[in-house]
Design a protein around this ligand. Sequence first.
Ligand code: SF4
Length: 504
Amino acid sequence: MTAAEQIQDQVFPAPIKTVEAGSAAERAGVRPGDVLLRVNGQAVTDVLAYRHLLSQGRATLEIARPQEAPRVMTGVPGTAQDHHRLFLPTAPSLDDTFTFSVEWEDPGLEFEEVLFDGIKKCANKCDFCYVHQMPRGFRKSLYIMDDDYRLSFLYGSFVTLTNLSENDIRRIEDENLSPLYVSVHTANQDLRQDMMKWWRLKVKDPQAVQIRSMIERLEQIDLYTQIVLVPERNDRENLDETVEYLSSRPNVISAAVVPIGLTSHRTNLPDVRVFSREEAQDTLRRLNVWRRQFLAERGTRFVFPSDELYLLAGEPLPSEEEYEGFPMLENGVGMIRDFLTEGVPELPAALPEPRRVILGTGTLFAESLDRAVEPLRAIGGLSIEVRAVENKTFGKVTTVAGLLTGRCFRHAVKPGEADLLIVPPTTLRYGTELMLDDVSLDDLRAELRMDIRSGGSTLGELTRVILQGAQSSGPQFGMSAHAVKDTAEPISVQVAEQNMRGQA
Ligand code: SF4
């Protein structure tokens, strides 16, 4: 069998999560737990390919009902190993298959995962990568370094493009996977290679690492770009050159500029540092020149500094209008302005009973939050303290709220010292009450002997949580929802977590 035939022969069984009532799949007898094997005889790598095949009109779906396979025996009979022989389960058998067809109709299937063939890993070893700066002992998912253009299209996670094959590039073009979110960092090819240090053996197509030619080749695809800025590397004149280049490409919609984030766990990693206040101010001055020019010439500011840059520089945040609809919110661009946009609602003169509230946040945002909640201090009986929580897990140098862990709050808050502790929702694993180090809010409630809740996505919502003790509707508020993956959780969750770390 040739290599091409082998690939053609591969299948990526996709477990089915739900079957829509009354759908073609239900009529055909498909049940949750069954797996999709092929569509029109072809292997399907992900939901995008699945939808693409359905969009052709007539589609025949091959479904398997997994049967538990016999357990196999380990060890060699009649030897010393015989003593310790074990029966191990093997992968479920997928021999029990059936097909059904649809024509211009959604079959009604929802899958456990969006990627059936696994996540594409990155080919780089960036100087500023958060994964390389993680302490040991966290859940495995936090150490996965993904760089998957499909997730970029589906969820807006940033990719570097360096791991693309010619087939991937053609697929992006053919299926019009637009927009994509691309970490450019610099348009200077040598400098980009020096900052990202891709592994030659992991690069499938040498063309893919040429950032300018890739942006130009993907001319039909809208690109939201980001520049992770490293002092004395890709800043100053180099930043100007990068902004100038990106703005010259019609398919580049915008560029977010995010300062490097570090942790104290940088053993055997290149020596890099964070921006000083003066450097952050200088960067904003440069970018503001471009922003004014672009606004005058093309009606958009095009380049958007992240919140962190304004906080580092100690400069006021732009107005809501200047964020032009907040397209890069998940990348930490405009989150604070968005948070402040819904101001405090009508406040009571006093609370029925005294209440001590601690608002825990990262050291970077504490001062701004303190100013924002000032009006609430007029409420009789309400004592509010904004506590700048030092990061005991990643180190002092890590100042963003989203990387605070249960351990940090254990150090920062004494048992019983308040009635309510509010933590930023970005400290919680998406859709759960678990922090990055798997400490749950319930664990903290018991240890700190107080009510603990996550805040809201806006100041108004945070105020309501403070006043009513109302449960927040989910992880929102504060710094983005970026960071990680776990084979046991849906990719969408993994991407949300990854974004929290702002990697790639
Ligand atoms: S920052 Fe992203 S692209 Fe760079 S090494 Fe880390 S995971 Fe890979």
